[in-house]
Design a protein around this ligand. Structure first.
Ligand SMILES: O=C(O)c1cc(=O)[nH]c(=O)n1[C@@H]1O[C@H](COP(=O)(O)O)[C@@H](O)[C@H]1O
Length: 271
């Protein structure tokens, strides 16, 4: 999917919501545990109930890898289900990869070719030759951590390096990489006050913004400082949507939570 197609979907649905599929078997409704594949059964129900309210889904691979082969199988079934039934949805493998070049190429193949995700998250720590193998894939997007939502973001990301905060160095340097037009960036919703500075460096790029809901980030602040002419934002909520109810009505209640966020987004988009 191209970024133009993503923007079209945002305008059509009046939503720039991304729903995080972070499935924890201890948190899903008990009746699903009897299913042959509880993770996929949960995802399918959530997706069927919410696909019209969001433009993207983001399974965090940790929640699948934790269950071994069964978890990876459920991830594969989930992405196949999305690609076949809802091909207009933008898909994000939240895997936070990045390694020496030949290894990064294999990670990219795993998520872009084998699983056919539209995008994957990566960490910038190993630099240009760890990210360019991902950027080489046409019509695929590489979402690089810039300023993360957690407290530990202040350990390194905001430290001064050669007269500038490290996250700013990351943003600026990455613009010179080959196929950098395939980059998007992660900025935590809890860091909304940094977004004006970030937009000065990367005015046109899409930002994946996790951290509203459970982590306390604020949608209005993120939009005020982070939105550009083509919206340029994907706002993620995982736990706040998918675990709103742990009863049999879980998918319905998740849809209500997603609807609340979509309606706030519609108001922001109409301004
Ligand atoms: O890359 C991410 O998606 C990410 C980056 C970040 O800075 N903070 C962050 O919370 N995330 C992910 O976004 C999701 C947030 O989940 P909730 O806090 O439940 O909405 C999790 O999958 C996190 O791993």
């Amino acid at each position: 999917m191209t970024t133009q197609q993503l923007t079209q979907q945002i305008k059509k649905k009046n939503s720039f919501l991304c729903i995080g599929l972070d499935v924890d078997l201890n948190k899903i409704p008990k009746h699903l545990l009897k299913d042959e594949d509880p993770i996929f059964a949960f995802n399918k129900a959530i997706i069927d109930a919410t696909h019209h309210l969001c433009v993207a889904y983001k399974p965090n691979t940790a929640f699948y890898e934790a269950y071994g082969l069964k978890g990876w199988k459920a991830l594969e079934k989930t992405i196949m289900y999305l690609n076949v039934k809802y091909p207009e949805i933008f898909t994000i493998a939240d895997a936070k990869r990045g390694d020496i070049g030949n290894t990064s190429t294999m990670y990219a193949k795993a998520f872009f070719e084998d699983l056919a995700f539209d995008s994957v998250t990566v960490a910038p720590y190993m630099g240009k030759d760890s990210i360019e193998p991902f950027l080489a894939f046409e019509n695929k997007h590489t979402i690089m951590l810039a300023l993360t939502s957690n407290e530990g973001a202040f350990d390194f990301q905001t430290k001064m390096v050669a007269g500038k905060e490290l996250y700013k160095q990351v943003l600026e340097t990455s613009k010179s990489w080959k196929n950098s037009e395939n980059l998007m960036y992660v900025v935590g919703a809890t860091k909304a006050e940094y977004l004006a500075d970030i937009r000065n460096i990367i005015p046109d790029s899409f930002l994946l913004v996790p951290g509203i809901g459970a982590q306390g980030g604020n949608l209005q602040d993120v939009c005020k400082y982070g939105m550009n002419d083509s919206v340029g934002l994907l706002i993620n909520s995982s736990r706040g949507v998918i675990y709103a109810s742990q009863n049999e009505d879980f998918a319905e209640v998740a849809a209500e939570k997603a609807r609340e966020l979509q309606e706030q987004m519609e108001i922001i988009l109409s301004k």
